[in-house]
Each structure stands twice: as C-alpha cells, then as structure tokens.
Ligand binder design. Structure first.
Ligand SMILES: [Mg+2]
Length: 242
C-alpha cells in the first residue's frame, strides 16, 4: 500500500501532528457507477414482452420514468392506467424491485479501479438518491457493496442530495470527513452543486452535455467514470487548494 503521490505523510500511519482522516471520494450511483438508462430500458423491454404490449410501449415507459426522478408510486400508477394492466401499482412496483436491480452492471474495470484507489489510501463511498430496497439491491448485485467503505441512500438517511447533510453522513460512514473530499456524479444540481455547498471538490460526468452557465463550474469535467477514477488515481495529492 502506498499513499497518493505527493502526499508526504500517510494519514493512517503518521505518528506526529494532528491525525488526518483518509482522503475521500464519493460517487453518485445512477448513470455514474452504473448505467441506469440502459438497465431501465432492459427492464422496459422485458416488461413489454411479458405483457404482450406494443413495442412502442418501451419508449413510453422510458419517457414516463423520467430518469427515475418520477416518484415510483406515480410511475407505476401511470403505467397501469396507460396499458390497462390488471395488477395494482404496488404489485407492479414490487415486481420491478425484484427484477430491475438484476439488470444493472458495474463494469469489472470500474470495480478494479475503485480497489486500486482504496489500496492507494483513499476511502471510497456512494451517495445516491432513491429507495433503500432498490438502491441497496443494486449495490449488492453489481458487486459495489463489497468494494466500498460505505454508502448513503437518501430514503434510509432521511436526507437527499443536494442537501449537504447527506455528504457529511456518507463521509462518517466511510471513516473520513470532508476535509480532503471529492464528489463525482452526473447531475449538475444534486451531485456538483450539492457537493460544492458541502465544501467538496467536484468532478462532473457530462454525458455529452454543456455545463449550465448559471451554476459555479465543477473542478473537473470528464466523459466517463473511468476517466474520473484515472484522474483521482493520478492526482498529485488529494488535498488541493481551490
Ligand atoms: Mg446520477
């Protein structure tokens, strides 16, 4: 194990001076560490096939899902009504919670990059808005749960991004604090602005978009989580003054 380059004293072994917490990086989950868009589309394709719906139903479902931002009870009620499905919205949601997490993947090389960061002295966590049952199952199924120091899911934490409180709680669960912390995610508002409010450095995954000019820019902009992990790994020091 070695410290990130440029860091003169390993925060976990330094014997003099105030004890520093390990550097921390927090990641968003959906469309950051896992491709939620692809997973939701797979689920919609399966659902459409199983229910004998028109192929156009996939596009309707993807649009109605609104990138997961629509409350699930409303989403499943709309789905039931649109296609005159006999099941209750609750039953549809329950079936979705059993199946959808199994359709998501975290690429092996991303899991390996996370392991390398931790070997280099970083603490690595996840901060995600969503339901505890669903997001917890995604973390378990993708192999992320056993790769992380900790995580916060908004429902169980009772606080949502962009509220700074969720970043503080995630840092505690990872055995660190926000002194030398980074946040990486794809949402300008929830991930970047929220983390900025909490005093973290930020990496934005742009997914082909332009940064909204009305918001203060992130410290770094990248095209993928792989690029973000490489940037963190090769950083001279995780402690960078603005
Ligand atoms: Mg996201």
């Amino acid at each position: 194990m070695h410290a990130p380059r440029g860091q003169t004293d390993n925060p976990q072994t330094a014997s003099t001076g105030p004890k520093r917490k390990p550097p921390l990086v927090l990641f968003d989950l959906d469309n950051t560490l896992v491709d939620r868009t692809e997973g939701l589309r797979h689920w919609a394709e399966e659902f459409t096939r199983e229910r004998g719906l028109d192929a156009l139903a996939v596009e309707w479902i993807v649009e109605a899902d609104d990138n997961g931002l629509k409350p699930r009870d409303r989403f499943f009620a709309e789905l039931r009504d649109r296609f005159a499905i006999g099941d209750t919205a609750e039953a549809l949601h329950h079936a979705y919670q059993q199946r959808y997490p199994l359709l998501l993947r975290c690429p092996r090389h991303v899991l390996d990059q996370i392991a390398q960061l931790r070997e280099a002295g970083w603490r690595v966590g996840v901060v995600t808005n969503g339901l505890t049952l669903t997001q917890g199952a995604v973390l378990e199924h993708t192999g992320l749960a056993e790769c992380l120091d900790g995580w916060c899911i908004s429902e169980e934490a009772n606080v949502r991004k962009p509220d700074p409180g969720i970043f503080v709680l995630a840092a505690e669960r990872c055995g660190s604090d926000l002194t030398a912390a980074w946040m990486c995610g794809d949402s300008p508002e929830a991930d970047v602005v929220g983390a900025q409010l909490a005093g973290l450095h930020t990496i934005w995954i742009r997914h082909g978009r332009t940064w909204p000019a009305s918001n203060p820019p992130p410290d770094q902009t990248v095209d993928s989580v792989t690029e973000a992990l490489q940037a963190l790994r090769h950083m001279g020091s995780p402690v960078i003054s603005r």
